[in-house]
Design a protein around this ligand. Sequence first.
Ligand SMILES: Cc1cc2nc3c(=O)[nH]c(=O)nc-3n(C[C@H](O)[C@H](O)[C@H](O)COP(=O)(O)OP(=O)(O)OC[C@H]3O[C@@H](n4cnc5c(N)ncnc54)[C@H](O)[C@@H]3O)c2cc1C
Ligand SMILES: NC(=O)c1ccc[n+]([C@@H]2O[C@H](COP(=O)([O-])OP(=O)(O)OC[C@H]3O[C@@H](n4cnc5c(N)ncnc54)[C@H](O)[C@@H]3O)[C@@H](O)[C@H]2O)c1
Length: 505
Amino acid sequence: MSDNFASPHDRDLDERVRPPGWINPSPAPRYDLVVVGAGTAGLVCAAGAAGLGARVALVERHRLGGDCLNYGCVPSKALIRAARAAHDAGNGAPFGVTGCHGTGVDGAAVMERMRRLRAEIGRHDAAVRFRDLGVHVFFGQGSFISRNALEVDGRRLNFVHAAVCTGARAAAPPVPGLAEAGYLTNETIFSLATLPARLAVIGGGPIGCELAQAAARLGSSVTVIEAAPEILPREDTDAAALVRHALERDRVSFLTAAAVVGVERRSGARTLIVRQGDQSHEVTADEILVGAGRTPNIEGLGLERAGIVADPLRGVRVNDRLRTDNPRVYAAGDICSPYRFTHAADAMARIVVANALFGARQRFSTQIIPWCTYTDPEVAHVGLYEREAGERGLAVDTLTVPLTEVDRALLDGEDEGFARVHLKRGTDRIVGATIVARHAGEMLNELTLAMSAGLGLSAIGRSIHPYPTQAEAIKKLADAWNRTRLTPGVKRLMGIMLTLRRLWR
Ligand SMILES: Cc1cc2nc3c(=O)[nH]c(=O)nc-3n(C[C@H](O)[C@H](O)[C@H](O)COP(=O)(O)OP(=O)(O)OC[C@H]3O[C@@H](n4cnc5c(N)ncnc54)[C@H](O)[C@@H]3O)c2cc1C
Ligand SMILES: NC(=O)c1ccc[n+]([C@@H]2O[C@H](COP(=O)([O-])OP(=O)(O)OC[C@H]3O[C@@H](n4cnc5c(N)ncnc54)[C@H](O)[C@@H]3O)[C@@H](O)[C@H]2O)c1
């Protein structure tokens, strides 16, 4: 069974992030900052501004915490962790662990654990916590009524500055029959009592891949349909190939370079008609998950009344200082960013607070934004891909260390993957890096720090890494770079010096 149902943990979550019976406060005559949308971007704007003494109003139409807490990072990573436990429990044989066959998954317990942890983590985003920080929290749909006022719940909020942080939602692919047949998105899949026995996933991006692997490991039979020739089409192609291989081993089926041309409801199930080249396939599933990109939430915001320009694909238009076409209004997060990540929303919100309230002139383009897709193995990336460097006419040297050369990865049985770095040609300046490893997201930070601090790869080479760790892969990249400097000429010169020293002593 995979029906939606109400869990006691969801009631706990609501007590925190959408308290029943919440009474919106009487508005102040004028706010320094009115924030519309209380996902990561909005919460960070509100907490940051209030912490610095500003009078702040925060407007949310649904649940504080937005996608990340309620329908994104938090519930998905809880499922991914449960899926890893299931996978590891059943795969002890290579380690000499017996009795791993026949381990089972209690799907309802997996979902309950996710909801319990989500409710617990929800305390950071609680309405009461924000009220105690001095923020006026309003529940309701926010809509601009002029260039310096917003309306919520019939109340007018006048502002010196405002921040639009209304995020994005799952884009609905224009597939005939899909809406009628019904489908899940990230806003509904985490409300299921258990995962479905058969799941079709439209879209092989981060959402599709993370959830497809988790569902497969937790017992669902999963098919991913991806329009591009390969899954994770934005990633390094070797990285995407490794992820595909890993997911196939977990029994995820793929139809790539494929288009869903129709969906039909047949005897309780859903049948997707998929065209792949000149072939036609039918995929039958109990549920369809759509993870085919995002649509910015601009509707009903009254943007035109505030002089804010937006478009349905890219969202609100901002300059590099995150200011909209209305100089009083800024924007942060998925509503205006090509980097749709929680940490990017957080970084943008900090810029908005500094620029809007304190006249700073911080630029978003100076930020170095890493990201990680939490499949197993994970794919973590920062900076440019090799193809992007090529497009910009930037010549690079690329170094790769396979994890088979890293002792700890071998000992852990996690040697499928690599660490790869792109250096400005002839230098040790890092312009981009990709890591594929079970904990690639944790390993990447050293390279991100080096890039943002302007440290070259040789600085990483000079820092001592504990043995045995998988992060030694990065130190080995530095060693590989050092070896490239040992040209035959340099080697000969060193040989002569050593010979002379031997003779002299
Ligand atoms: C399944 C999934 C997994 C993800 N995993 C990760 C991950 O592991 N790591 C990562 O970095 N990122 C991840 N992301 C992306 C991350 O969730 C988003 O980038 C992040 O939530 C963006 O924050 P935001 O504040 O811009 O928008 P949102 O979180 O979308 O918040 C916007 C808020 O505005 C509210 N709102 C909209 N319009 C109005 C209005 N008119 N009035 C009042 N309120 C309004 C909405 O209700 C919502 O609460 C994931 C996303 C998904 C879907
Ligand atoms: N670990 C993370 O940080 C994480 C995890 C999940 C989501 N996210 C964020 O959420 C955003 C949205 O994720 P997403 O996976 O929905 O979007 P995405 O745009 O990254 O990937 C969507 C995929 O769906 C494919 N697609 C689009 N239309 C299709 C169709 N009709 N049929 C088949 N395939 C189709 C695209 O080719 C693409 O590969 C991401 O851009 C990312 O920023 C981040």
